[in-house]
Design a protein around this ligand. Structure first.
Ligand code: PLP
Length: 427
């Protein structure tokens, strides 16, 4: 038997200490789910947590705000405390609230302070659309022009962003840097610590969108001195479609006044005084705006238990082993050569790799469709990327092997050529 045989994948699964977590998820029989980077699967734990909250609502009514366990009134803070270790943050520096784009608006509105010539925001040309819309709008709200004040650092290869280019762009007319921790398409992981040090050495505030690193990669946001961060909990953190998001504010900024205040960011002890003078919570909780969305937060209570048991370091180790294995299988079985012509758009270097592999192909939309027809769930990102994420809590090494096998067969049998090449509304 060689590394390329399925028996080797079976042996990897037998030796995997995280393998038992798979049984706690709802996997469809016969399907291989490789899209946990976009929408994580439901676990029995998350389901039970949601049903528990529904039952509390049934029996306690409004009493649930204080008498539910955990009390809904403090749910954002309770979840923040439990999320904090995944981000290397202090409990008070994290709160579960809002959604990525809304949290980004709230934090950029607070931290973007254009003065004199220092008016620019640095981001990248490979950023997620929504983040760019938010940055453009925040510049406009300050009377600026996104055409000149938003600098989207170009990519040299169309896949990745060179950290040297980001640092070179941090000139003395820059007020703020907002970057993804992991680029959503190629899966490149940026060196958050290095970029934070570079920004601070130039007197620039820096925030990160951790959508694709939350629950996938260990962070040390406090030690690295990151000013703020946002993320969602529905990707690797498996809290369900549209679930509550999260934000981090470094403790050195606790005295800042949120630019988009709401009553939920008020000092909890006096929130119900209903005073018309805003008094922030004095921690990351101050950046909450509205009533905590209890039903969309509940699944996260259950989901986090899995992360607490598995440990983010072990999950990261398995994720790297699985993406290494995926790359090795693609290359060693000839799938990166003709007639298959699959490319690998994700950095090989572990320190620059997130949790998914960007498999490139000229016919990527059809490849994604042909995989789905065979029960493999990937996603497609224009123009030519099929993203495959072996989520370490529920994806096995056999799933990786089988996915590569399907990638071979859909070309061997010409299956992908029979697929519709048009893109779907939700890719
Ligand atoms: C998934 C994702 C989003 C989604 O934003 P929402 O406001 O939660 O819908 C935003 N930015 C990045 C980088 C993402 O990956």
């Amino acid at each position: 038997m060689t590394n390329l045989d399925r028996g080797y994948a079976e042996a990897l699964d037998r030796a995997d200490p995280l393998a038992p977590f798979r049984e706690r998820f709802y996997l469809q029989p016969g399907a291989i789910y490789m899209d946990g980077n976009s929408l994580g699967l439901l676990s029995r734990d998350a389901e039970a947590a949601l049903l528990h909250v529904l039952n509390d609502w049934k029996t306690l009514g409004i009493g649930g705000w204080m008498d539910a366990d955990p009390a809904w009134f403090y749910l954002g803070e309770t979840l923040g405390r439990r999320l904090a270790p995944l981000f290397g943050a202090e409990p008070e520096e994290v709160v579960a609230a809002g959604t990525i784009t809304v949290n980004l608006h709230a934090l950029v509105a607070t931290f973007y302070e254009p003065v004199g010539n220092r008016r620019k925001i640095i981001a990248t040309e490979l950023d997620f659309s929504s983040d760019v819309y938010a940055l453009q709008a925040q510049i406009r709200l300050r009377g600026g022009d996104p055409a000149t004040d938003l600098v989207l650092v170009p990519s040299r290869d169309g896949r990745t962003i060179a950290e040297d280019d980001l640092i070179a762009a941090m000139t003395d007319d820059v007020a703020l840097v907002v970057l993804p921790s992991v680029l959503y398409r190629s899966g490149q992981l940026l060196d958050i610590e290095r970029l934070t040090n570079a920004a601070h050495a130039r007197g620039i505030i820096i925030g990160f969108d951790c959508a694709h690193s939350a629950g996938s990669i260990p962070h040390h946001l406090s030690r690295w001195g990151v000013d703020f961060a946002v993320w969602c909990n529905y990707k690797y953190l498996n809290a369900g479609p549209g679930s509550i998001g999260g934000l981090y504010v470094n403790r050195k900024h606790f005295d800042r006044v949120p630019a988009l205040p709401g009553w939920w960011g008020y000092n909890k002890e006096r929130q119900f005084d209903m005073s018309h003078t805003f008094e922030g919570a004095g921690n990351a909780g101050a950046w909450q705006v509205s009533t905590v969305t209890v039903l969309s937060a509940a699944p996260l209570l259950g989901s986090l238990a899995l992360f607490e048991e598995a440990g983010i370091e072990r999950l990261r180790a398995k994720s790297l082993a699985a993406t290494d294995y995926l790359i090795e299988l693609l290359e060693a079985t000839g799938l990166t050569a003709e007639p298959y012509c699959y490319g690998i758009g994700t950095p090989r270097n572990h320190a620059a790799r997130g949790g998914h592999i960007a498999v490139e192909h000229a016919e990527a939309p059809r490849i994604a469709r042909a995989l789905k027809a065979r029960g493999v769930v990937p996603d497609y990102r224009p123009p030519n990327v099929v993203r495959l994420a072996p989520a370490p809590l529920y994806t096995s090494f056999c799933d990786v092997w089988d996915t590569v096998h399907h990638l071979r067969e859909i070309v061997d049998n010409g299956e992908y050529r029979r697929m519709d090449a048009r893109r779907e509304v939700v890719a």
